[in-house]
Design a protein around this ligand. Structure first.
Ligand code: NIG
Ligand code: FE
Length: 433
């Protein structure tokens, strides 16, 4: 995305924010504090060199000496919040799996389709056969759409390659995209997505693949600095807790911080493993039990909920968001953008699902998709809230009240997205900037 839209001058005075949600305060947010989004009415922001120089009520910020010479952006009464931090995506994939969606509509389940050789393995066949340039143009299109929906940081997992060449192809693409387009990309190695086809033919093939990851691919990925995190799909039909422990421990030894897909399809004990390994995040958690909720709550592992999956797959058993929040867990929300279970990149759609299906309040959902998500990526000092010294990453919604963002579900009301002080998306006619 080299054409990032109209470039603003170095210093910008953003005003006319009917509600400016700063999210300043304690990090990470737990329990009742998740409702604290710190709204400034008639707020303004002053940005210089891509960072926030001042933030507060319009009259106070206008008095700042830099405000006078800065380029003014008058929003005319919109809602401004930190750019969304989408802390769980499978950004790079070769094509849609709309055919599987149709099969599910006709009654087949996600796991049945996977057992029949579809699912993740179908994306693996596609990715292996797809040239980097083609993967890149699809990923760039996705990233432009993330920006259109108000997202300014995206975590991206590999895991549709499952062999050395194809995993490295994906991870090198993460690195290229991070350099060549404006959104921040946080790279995660997920070689342990499922057991690849060539290992399925062998006896104890899954263990042999885990050994290959631990002894060969992980050291290579870490050695080339291609990922910050290591993730495992620890669930029925994928990897066991024992195998996940082996992969994540090998990652940790090489400096990759663990994350884990846990308790999505069945209860396995993966959430407890996340606590044991002090993972950055345990994601999904539909089948987490009461004692695991307590264990997560007394840990620093972020519980990342992904309601797009349940909605797309038609599952009605939801993650226990209320119980997690009330127990004091650090709750985050993400899209899980991927072609199999959650082909959405709209965080406002995720907010709608989190409020209506998981019974989170709009304020909790915004905290979960900004500052708590930033914390799960270890980026809480730079992003996730609008505070002096942090990056000027923000999204502007054409609503009068932030609660209307989840309320108008399925409608993209984001009209302006700014990343490091630069406009990366502006809906035609918005402020003519
Ligand atoms: O987060 N659960 C594992 N991984 C993805 C699904 C990937 C796919 O079906 O392609 C998820 O739901
Ligand atoms: Fe996922």
């Amino acid at each position: 995305m080299s054409d990032n839209g109209p470039a603003l001058g170095n210093e910008i005075f953003i005003t006319g924010c009917a509600q400016l949600l700063t999210l300043r305060g304690s990090v990470p947010r737990r329990g009742r504090a998740m409702n604290r989004i710190e709204i400034i009415r008639d707020g303004a922001l002053l940005v210089a060199d891509g960072r926030i120089l001042a933030v507060g009520p319009r009259r106070d910020v206008a008095r700042h000496k830099v405000a006078r010479g800065a380029r003014k952006v008058e929003l005319g009464g919109k809602v401004v919040l930190p750019g969304f931090v989408d802390s769980h995506t499978h950004l790079v994939f070769p094509s849609s799996r709309a055919d599987e969606h149709v099969r599910r509509c006709a009654g087949e389940t996600y796991e049945e389709i996977a057992r029949a050789g579809g699912g993740i393995l179908s994306s693996v066949r596609g990715l292996r056969a797809t040239k980097p340039a083609q993967l890149e143009s699809r990923a760039l299109q996705s990233l432009r759409r993330f920006a259109e929906h108000g997202t300014t940081t995206v975590e991206a997992k590999s895991g549709y390659g499952l062999d050395t060449a194809s995993e490295l192809k994906t991870l090198r693409l993460h690195r290229k995209l991070a350099k060549e387009q404006p959104l921040d990309i946080v790279s995660t190695f997920m070689g342990a997505h499922v057991v690849p086809p060539e290992y399925r033919k062998r006896r104890a093939g899954a263990d042999a693949y885990v050994k290959f990851l631990a002894e060969h691919l992980i050291p290579q990925v870490a050695g080339e600095g291609l990922a910050e995190f290591c993730d495992v799909f620890c669930d029925r039909g994928a990897f066991t807790v024992k195998q996940a422990r082996a992969v994540l421990t090998a990652g940790r030894v090489c400096g990759l911080v663990p994350r884990i897909h846990a308790e999505q399809l069945a209860h396995t004990g993966a959430a407890r493993l996340a606590v044991e390994l002090r993972a950055a995040s345990a994601d999904h958690l539909e089948y987490v039990n009461a004692s695991e909720i307590r264990a997560l709550a007394s840990s620093d592992v972020v519980a990342t909920l992904l309601p797009g999956c349940g909605a797309h797959l038609g599952h009605t058993h939801h993650a226990p968001a209320r119980r997690l929040i009330e127990a004091g867990a650090i709750v985050a929300l993400a899209t899980d953008y991927n072609p199999g279970t959650s082909p959405t990149l709209s965080m406002s759609m995720v907010l709608s699902l989190a409020t209506s299906q998981l019974r989170m309040t709009p304020a909790e959902a915004i905290t979960a998709s900004t500052i708590n998500a930033a914390y799960s990526l270890g980026r809480q000092d730079g992003i996730g809230s609008l505070e002096v010294g942090k990056l000027a990453d923000l999204s502007v919604f054409d609503v009068a009240d932030y609660r209307e963002i989840p309320y108008y579900f399925g409608v993209n009301l984001c009209v302006l997205t700014i990343k490091r002080g630069k406009v990366i998306y502006s809906r035609a006619g918005v402020n003519k900037i």
